[in-house]
Design a protein around this ligand. Sequence first.
Ligand code: ME8
Length: 631
Amino acid sequence: MSKPFYVTTPIYYVNSDPHIGSAYTTIVADVVARYKRMLGYDTFFLTGTDEHGQKIMRAAKEKGMEPKDFVDELAQKFIKLWKELDISNDLFIRTTDDYHVKTVQKLFQKMYDKGDIYLGKYEGWYCVYDETFWTEKDVGADKLCPVCHRPLEHVEEENYFFKLSKYTKPLLDHFKTHPDFVEPDFRKNEMLKILEGGLEDISVSRTSFNWGIPLPFDQKHVIYVWFDALVNYVSAIGYGRDDEMFKKYWPADVHFVGKEINRFHSLIWPAMLMSAELPLPKKIFAHGWLTVNGEKISKSKGNAVDPRVLVNAYGLDAVKYYLLRDISFGNDGDFSEDNLIVRINADLANDLGNLVHRTLSMVNQNFSELPSPKVESAVDEDLKNLLLKTIDDYFKYMEKFKFTESLTQIWDLIKFSNKYVDLTEPWLLAKDPSKHERLGTVLYNLVDVMRNVSIMLSPIMVKTAQNLSNKINQKIDVNLLGWHKTISGVKIEVGDPLFPRIDTTIWKKVIKMVETNEQVSDKKPEITIEDFAKLDLRVARIKQAERVPKSDKLVKLLLDIAGEERQIVAGIGAVYTPESLIGREIIVIYNLKPAKLMGVDSNGMLLAAKDGEKLRILTVDGFVETGAKIS
Ligand code: ME8
């Protein structure tokens, strides 16, 4: 029987707008889940939504909705996003799910029966945004939340308390006997410092609102939302419901969390588990924040980047590669679209893309199928040694969640393979028939590297790895990592390059355009009639339409504008099929500076109305000749 592996992300506040910073936790956890599955672990990967609490109840009220209807609608946004990001979670838990509600009550009762829950009076400060209690000594004279800096609310309530203080010593002992319990080390030290100062009991119920799980023994109270949320990690895998499943997956192998919620996971959650007499998770890994110009990415700061916009423009694998390669996991890292483009052009299009394209083209120009290695030389030994070292390092680093290091090793191998091409000069070997066997060996060795690269990349860049292994007609099989395990005699498919290069100047404007389109409701500054007169808007008819390869959104259109033929690229492919567009009259900006979108020329732009996900192209009300001006 294969070994179990249980990995979790935090459950997201259902009313938050996911951005690339918050999606980061889930993207990384997905890589780890895929990596473990590849190694044969019986992996369970959990994510979900955090749906109770005062913040959500207030937001529902503002919308004039019942909280349950409100959260039902919002949860779909996350389910859809994870699908779009190809997240491979095994379960999506919602804290309003019936089984979760029962588990929370059960666990609470257990802690109560143990004598760890008592009734008391809470007087202090509460941050509704972070759903966090703060004591007088935590907050300054300004009474702002120490984490998000929003104004705090003063709370005076009869609450149930959890005897967290009682667990200070057992937790300290656990940290000492399990040095890898919290990682990275500097985050563990932050927790140890808090522990050494002693923990205080915490309030774990509320009475001033009712959007939460009622206490089993006192229905006036709802359970504090963090207590409710943390229990998701055990309710998802059957605690109190499916003993076999629970025994298999608990304790969790790793909880991935952002640094600001480390305290809840590394101190409060383990204490709750100790009280309920359950084993503690094996590891909590607290990563850093994605920042823009040093500031945490967050919707409220107006610096949020929508992951869907990024993925649509650059492709999922490119975005994932950039995040894992450029941002050292554990530390904060600045997100930069410029650096993303540099990575795509240098590492993906140039290093990897060129290696694959030129090697496979040479195979097909010189052989009818992949040859086998026959004539070795000393430089082959260097390639082999580097390949074997890369495989070793890959496992070493992936096991420690050191993705940057792991990808750096793989790219060193790719770079050396390009050097190997320069050193072995296969284009010269191809000219001399007596050197054909050597040529075959060189090309085989390069394909062998590509096969290994496709296996190692497969948990990270799923589509790219599949695409590459299809081109070389080899299986992605982790047991076949190693030198000369490639099957020769197979057909090779050169196909399109793996990654198109990105035109830096034009492309960034496209992203901006998409982003501004997303915010149609935002008011723009006033303009004069002269400003408007600068726009040359014309009626055009669509003659031909086809999708731009590798893009879900972009469609290439051939237009007739008063007898002139023009090509434009439009981001309407998610809503309109190309066939449905042919013959339609549309409005275009005729004098827009030409641009290249995903390598395709676009000479103008069509107008469309956008309302969230909905999109409709603008047209004219009745027949007019193409070329007609709009004023
Ligand atoms: O905290 N960079 O949910 P959440 C990196 N419901 N990570 C970021 C980030 C950024 N700029 N912004 C957010 C909650 N995150 C609770 C969890 S678990 C029992 C309950 C991360 O929606 C954040 O650190 O506020 C967290 O890991 C995740 O996004 C969800 O945050």
